[in-house]
Design a protein around this ligand. Structure first.
Ligand code: ADP
Length: 490
């Protein structure tokens, strides 16, 4: 069923699934239509997957709904054992899953490996958390009553995931959903459906019953409309743009679903005069250029204090210019291609806008000599608030650097956005660290550290960056309902 792949990609050919998983069956779209998944580094077709729509989605929802009673009452020990098997299966397939992700998404192989490992870690974390979804016995203020709470899976969950982390974003949703006893329909991003489809294959191999995990690829609008309007779907968990998130919130209001939203960001990265400059530059490189700048926690705005500004810009620009831009599967690749031509066009527009408003180009600033979807890692010094990069999510390898004078000024600038996902600051002043913690309006705060996300922590944005938390003990809460019971007449 697989089309021939170019030789370099045979390491994962056996994992490619070119069908949708509905009720335990691998099926094509009803009308037989499909679309290609291409490698952004080469433009070559990696696979072809079904272009499903409303009817297929409805059947997937029906399957999840039918599977729910048995799955939600499966003994907890058995459910946990299935989750642990899934964790092991992901690790056993780490190398081909990483190679597949690099082929469909473009990120350097080292980043893809880390993402697959992190996906397994989320599954294990939630397998463990499933054992701790206990309720409470509430002391009764009146005689003859027992008051208690119990927790129950919400029901059928729809997970809509983005292309930038095609595996770990799914892990953060499938992990808690399956652990809580929910059944799931997954709608992966059309650019990167293969990493999601392989989860269906592994879930099936591990023994999750048919209908517990369903995966539908195709028209976002048609699939999304069915998910938001179908009363059998009790919860939607979405990671993607704020624009689509708002649309889903509005569409789902008709059936009052539980909603979890991981939306856009506009992360500030603040370097104070007293910072460890080497550490700040290392952090800025990772926080800006990981995944070619295409993450919602990527630095959008670099604010550097006046006393250290010139040294920072000079050294940062030198490091950025030396980054190795190459296909993700090439040795030593540090920045891969952008995901598609719209992304490349947007980056070109943002850079042109910043330069037309007086930005000082100190690194990059043009498509890369490799051609295609490769863009040079770019630094624009002398950035100003009127530039589009100040307010728009860049989602690419462009770093605008702003100069600031005082702590209060930079906190005001950092907070001057409707977003509130991640922020970073470098300083050695302990009192300032706590002021930043109090005053920065962000859900994730990294001080002298940028790789701050792991299963143990509650990932989630404030303001228009989202609703709910993924990871930590809180991450399973959104997949559980609390019932309160009063037993009287005792
Ligand atoms: P990104 O900028 O990361 O592509 P999007 O919000 O456009 O963010 O996409 C995130 C996910 O939401 C993808 O799986 C995409 O296909 C899906 N999506 C886009 N539009 C809709 C829609 N109208 N309804 C449901 N899902 C959608």
């Amino acid at each position: 069923m697989n089309r021939p792949l170019r030789p370099a990609d045979t390491s994962f050919a056996h994992l490619i699934r070119q069908k949708n998983l509905i009720d335990g069956q691998w099926v094509g779209a009803d009308d037989g239509s499909s679309f290609d998944v291409t490698d952004p580094a080469t433009g070559e077709v990696v696979a072809t997957v079904p272009n499903a729509g409303t009817d297929e989605t409805r059947r997937a929802i029906d399957a999840a709904h039918a599977a729910f009673p048995a799955y939600s009452t499966m003994p907890l020990g058995q459910r946990v054992a299935l989750m642990r098997k899934l964790h092991d299966a992901i690790l056993d397939n780490l190398e081909p899953m990483a190679a597949m992700m690099t082929a469909e998404q473009g990120k350097p192989l080292a980043e893809a490996r880390a993402e697959v490992a992190s996906s397994a870690a989320y599954v294990l974390w939630f397998a463990e958390e499933a054992r701790r979804t206990d309720g409470a016995v509430i002391p009764s203020p009146v005689a003859g009553r027992k008051l208690m709470t119990t927790r129950h899976p919400v029901g059928v969950v729809a997970a809509i995931t983005p292309w930038n982390f095609p595996s770990s974003m799914l892990a953060r949703k499938l992990g808690p959903a399956l652990a809580a006893g929910c059944t799931v329909i997954v709608k992966p991003a059309s650019a990167t459906p293969l990493s999601a489809l392989v989860w269906g294959h592994l879930a099936e191999q591990c023994g999750f019953p048919p209908g517990v995990v369903n995966i539908v690829t195709g028209s976002a609008r048609a699939i999304g409309a069915e998910i938001t309007s179908n009363p059998k779907v009790r919860k939607i968990t979405f990671t993607g743009s704020t624009e689509i998130g708002k649309q889903l919130l509005a569409e789902a209001s008709g059936t009052v679903k539980r909603m979890s939203m991981e939306l856009g960001g506009n992360a500030p990265f603040i370097v104070f005069d007293d910072a460890d400059l080497d550490a700040a530059i290392d952090g800025a490189i990772i926080a800006k250029f990981r995944n070619a700048g295409q993450t919602c926690v990527c630095t959008n705005r670099l604010f550097v204090q006046a006393g250290i500004y010139d040294r920072f810009v000079e050294r940062f620009a030198a490091r950025v210019s030396a980054l190795k831009v190459a296909p993700g599967n090439e040795d030593g690749a540090e920045q891969g291609p952008l995901v598609d031509t719209q992304a490349l066009d947007k980056i070109e527009e943002l850079v042109a806008d910043a330069l037309s408003k007086g930005g000082d180009l100190v690194a990059g600033g043009a498509p890369h000599a490799r051609g295609g979807l490769f863009y040079q890692p770019t630094v624009i010094a002398g950035a100003t608030p009127d530039m589009r990069v100040t307010t728009e999510e860049i989602f690419g390898p462009v770093a605008p650097v702003y100069r600031f004078e005082t702590e209060s000024d930079v906190i005001a600038s950092a907070n001057d956005t409707e977003y509130g996902l991640a922020c970073y600051a470098y300083t050695r002043d302990l009192a300032r660290m706590f002021r930043l913690q109090d005053q920065l309006e962000y859900g994730l705060i990294g001080i002298n550290e940028v790789l701050i996300v792991m299963p143990e922590i509650p990932f989630g944005g404030l303001k228009e960056s989202g609703l709910g938390k993924e990871g930590s003990w809180q991450g399973i809460n959104d997949y559980l309902e609390t019932k309160y019971t009063c037993i009287g007449g005792l």
